[in-house]
Write a protein that binds this ligand. Sequence first.
Ligand SMILES: Cc1cc2nc3c(=O)[nH]c(=O)nc-3n(C[C@H](O)[C@H](O)[C@H](O)COP(=O)(O)OP(=O)(O)OC[C@H]3O[C@@H](n4cnc5c(N)ncnc54)[C@H](O)[C@@H]3O)c2cc1C
Length: 505
Amino acid sequence: MAADVDVIVVGAGPTGLMLGCELALAGVRTRVLERREKPQRDSRALSLHPRSVELMDQRGLLDRFLPLGRTVPGWHFAQLPTQLDFSVLDSRHNYTLFLAQAHTEALLAERAHELGVEILRGREVTGLSQDADGVTAEVRGPAGAGTVRARYAVGCDGGRGVVRGAAGIGFPGADETLTGVLGDFAAMDTGPAALAAAREGGVLVAPLEGGVTRLVFLDPERMRVPAAEPVTLEEFRTSLTRLCGSDLGVAGPRWLSRFGNATRLAESYRAGRLLLAGDAAHIHFPAAGQGLNTGLQDAMNLGWKLAAEVHGWAPAGLLDSYDAERRPVGRAVTENTEVQTLLAELVLTETYRRPAAALRSLLDGLLRMEEVNRRLAAQVSALGTVYPATAPGADPLVGARMPDIALSEADSTAGRVYDLLHEGRFAHLDLTGEADAASTVPARWGRRVTAPALTGYDTHADLEGVREILVRPDGHVAWATRHPHPRTRDEERRAALTAWAGDPV
Ligand SMILES: Cc1cc2nc3c(=O)[nH]c(=O)nc-3n(C[C@H](O)[C@H](O)[C@H](O)COP(=O)(O)OP(=O)(O)OC[C@H]3O[C@@H](n4cnc5c(N)ncnc54)[C@H](O)[C@@H]3O)c2cc1C
């Protein structure tokens, strides 16, 4: 059966929209099928952490995102008093962009439309099957039930999605044992006394746009209530009074929601032609604001690899490297959120209240140590994500993020490395300043690789002694060499290009 499109993306949440953009950028015919008739108005996530901001920069989208949010220098971990300090991390975007999820989704949808992604809303995928040539999705839409045929399908359909089950992929982990609540209010008492009481009571207060304020907390008396049970205004006020001594004058509720700590990680991110990304692959308590960010980063890792497979030039194992690289990241996120949840739960549990408070105080002391703070900040910001190098004897840079160095020390119009990634291609950088045969070789890989002639570049400690670098479309280093002999570098370069960007055109 002929394919209607190359790839079906199930779900138009942040992950599905980002993936749609990445695939379309690489020239893949993509259809996003979304069950909801309209985009979500309420925002669960409020954070674009540093690596996600870098990704937007790499795709030339930063000008759209920055004006809609506000930057903050760090984020909390387990709501400990000492914040994670992102500002010490080596990035031009070493801050969190405080931005409502609805904006992130709207901007990604706008970009997807520009790139020609078909986003069909009001379409529920009810089943999926795969065979040797492709996948068939059963879809229920306004005109009734039908099927869509594609070469691959990716489940970006959230924690309760259908793709994972259809792919036969297990989702082991732990069921929900505790829940928190959030409320967005048009009005509340924001005087210093009320805010101090909120802090004392462990209530997180975040100003949203339009004068709306978000409150988030765990109430020990209500934290065993299942997430499926709706939150009432009365319950919210009663909990606030219990925790803070007053209901903080909350009024005009816009959205009340209960969320749980069920934590699961997909056994695999791929089964043949079916793949998973975002919440479909990992769910956890929303501690330190990592879920949406991890989903965007999954999409960035998967998009170019799946596109290479669709276009027929993917080297053996490239698509499987998606699981090898991203599942450990998913595991690390689920583990750190479980630690944060446990720390919160213990302090709210009578038996452990005192030792848990001592433990939190001890951890807070550790967080005040620069090295400890930096390490956790690198993880939560995802700036510290390094993919394992598979080639023996690889340079230490391989797998790490490429620093966004300026391409010329003297000429500010020459741009930066991330500018080279706007089209989603590999970038080969010859840092020898010799611009000889080295830069003619990547041309044999056609549009897959961009290889600007560099006449000088900004220095960076990590790049000392490095002569050539191949940057992947997702901004991680594929290959780097410090070898002094041009002929050896020539051989290494050909091997690296073939290993990552396939055979020459
Ligand atoms: C209270 C709370 C606060 C949070 N705060 C943060 C934060 O600050 N930072 C952060 O990074 N993360 C945060 N998160 C997590 C974040 O909201 C999620 O990780 C993120 O929405 C996941 O995006 P996704 O696209 O993978 O899945 P989703 O956003 O769940 O999107 C999945 C989409 O698939 C659609 N769909 C499902 N099934 C089908 C089907 N069968 N057919 C068609 N469409 C289907 C759904 O309608 C939905 O639109 C928070 C979560 C909660 C609960």
